[in-house]
Design a protein around this ligand. Structure first.
Ligand code: 5GP
Ligand code: ZN
Length: 114
């Protein structure tokens, strides 16, 4: 997608603090962190929302979770805990339409979210 912010970050056209990448996904620091750790995990493939997922994307989405768990473990958040969340469309506050898994950690997170 030519006009997608996260595709531009994937392609290096917009800078980001990339902390992990492999053949399937890319992870970078959120520009407006909501917790001491706030990392976004995106698939290299442009998928606008969770609504657009198909069966062929299942391994890709699963991979985002294992990558997030790896980073959480590396940062020693695994025992205290963390949140992984993917917002979809307006009611969830999705603002960038290239799916991304938020990893939030490093403080006590309230539930339910706002
Ligand atoms: P959403 O609201 O769509 O679930 O999450 C979008 C996230 O992307 C937000 O947490 C926001 O701070 C982050 N974000 C927006 N623009 C940029 C950017 O240019 N660089 C980075 N690293 N994060 C961004
Ligand atoms: Zn994209």
């Amino acid at each position: 997608m030519s006009n997608c912010l996260f595709c531009k970050i994937r392609d290096g056209q917009i800078p980001a603090k990339v902390i992990y990448q492999d053949e399937t996904c890319l992870a970078f620091e959120d520009i407006n962190p909501q917790a001491p750790t706030h990392v976004l995990f995106i698939p290299r493939k442009h998928i606008p929302t969770v609504n657009d997922l198909t069966a062929e994307d299942e391994a890709t989405v699963g991979h985002l979770f294992t990558a997030a768990a790896k980073v959480a473990r590396e940062r020693a958040h695994d025992e205290n805990g963390y949140r992984v969340v993917m917002n979809t469309n307006a009611h969830a506050g999705q603002t960038v339409f290239h799916i991304h898994l938020h990893l939030l950690a490093g403080r006590h997170l309230t539930w339910p979210p706002g």
